[in-house]
Design a binder for this molecule. Structure first.
Ligand code: C2E
Ligand code: CA
Ligand code: CA
Ligand code: CA
Length: 279
């Protein structure tokens, strides 16, 4: 009977009252999370298709919430954007990444490039390139060791500001990647307008690449086009050997995905890098 009444209760419950407590917990907790040490940067390796060598890592943030457990950025990034915290969070991630980079170079004896995601919300933040440059300088990290990923589907609407930002980042010597390529509305227009150094093919095109002729044709076309424009290509979400084999055939430069490794905490990725031996 208790179960029944709960179902009835749910039936009359407006949707927002169900979502509200969780949303509120997220909003209230996020500000203190970084200080409380609940935010953690995970890293996922990227590999050169031809040589099989490691080319770098992508930094992906996790929130280890005391009550709700390990939260995906898909859940808390929108919250951070909403409460105006995303810029601080992205800078915090960059700080962390720089510290790790320095440590890894010491431990491993060679530098490991790291890609960091930047929310499209803060692309026109005043002095963003200078802030990035300052963080790099403070940690004495060479700008060529950093790549900034910007999601295309987020809508690069502030065209003028974005063009200027990308130019500045390139001038500083930081790499720039257009993320989730193919999922937005005006992918081709973006390529013409914005000067990126890397193109990341969205994982929806990689799925079943070996037996899906449509995806194969699309990925081939994207890779050829990117190369014609002088961009390096990264395929994300590579899960099987068959997908990797097809990407090699297509001429894709770099792969990233569960096949190689899931995103891992810094300590575990360090073990992964050590076990690989050479860079
Ligand atoms: P993204 O930049 O497109 O990152 C790739 C996502 O695909 C990651 O999800 C990663 O864990 C997942 N992934 C990697 N390999 C595979 C695979 O083989 N198969 C499948 N199915 N998925 C794979 P994650 O870590 O949940 O991140 C989600 C999104 O959150 C990211 O998408 C990125 O846009 C955003 N994000 C993550 N960290 C940050 C951050 O520090 N700042 C900002 N602004 N955004 C972040
Ligand atoms: Ca990314
Ligand atoms: Ca992506
Ligand atoms: Ca994404």
């Amino acid at each position: 009977a208790a179960k029944e009444s709960r179902n009835e209760y749910r039936l009359y419950m407006p949707k927002w009252t169900e979502k509200l407590p969780r949303q509120m917990m997220l909003e209230n907790g996020l500000r203190a999370a970084a200080e409380a040490g609940e935010l953690e940067v995970y890293y996922q390796p990227q590999m050169d298709c031809r040589t099989g060598r490691l080319t770098g890592l992508e930094a992906l943030t996790r929130w280890n919430h005391p009550v709700m457990g390990l939260l995906s950025p898909q859940e808390f990034i929108p919250v951070a954007e909403e409460i105006g915290m995303i810029a601080d969070m992205d800078e915090w991630v960059l700080e962390k990444v720089c510290m790790q980079h320095v440590r890894w170079e010491e431990v491993l004896g060679y530098p490991v490039k790291v890609a960091v995601n930047l929310s499209a919300r803060q692309l026109n933040r005043p002095h963003l390139p200078e802030r990035i440059q300052q963080i790099l300088q403070r940690h004495e990290v060479d700008p060529s060791q950093l790549e900034i990923e910007i999601t295309e589907s987020a809508g690069l609407t502030k065209a003028e500001a974005t063009i200027r930002l990308l130019k500045e980042l390139r001038r500083i010597g930081v790499g720039t990647a257009i993320d989730d390529f193919g999922t937005g509305h005006s992918a081709l227009a973006y390529l013409k307008k914005f000067d990126f150094s890397v193109l990341k093919i969205d994982k929806t095109f990689i799925r079943g690449l070996d037996h899906d002729p449509v995806n194969r044709a699309l990925v081939q076309a994207i890779v050829d086009m990117a190369h014609a424009l002088g961009l390096r290509t990264v395929a994300e979400g590579v899960e099987t050997e068959a997908e990797l084999a097809r990407l090699k055939q297509i001429g894709c430069d770099t792969v990233q995905g569960y096949l190689l490794s899931r995103p891992l905490p810094a300590r575990e990725i360090e073990a992964f890098l050590t076990s690989k031996g050479t860079p």
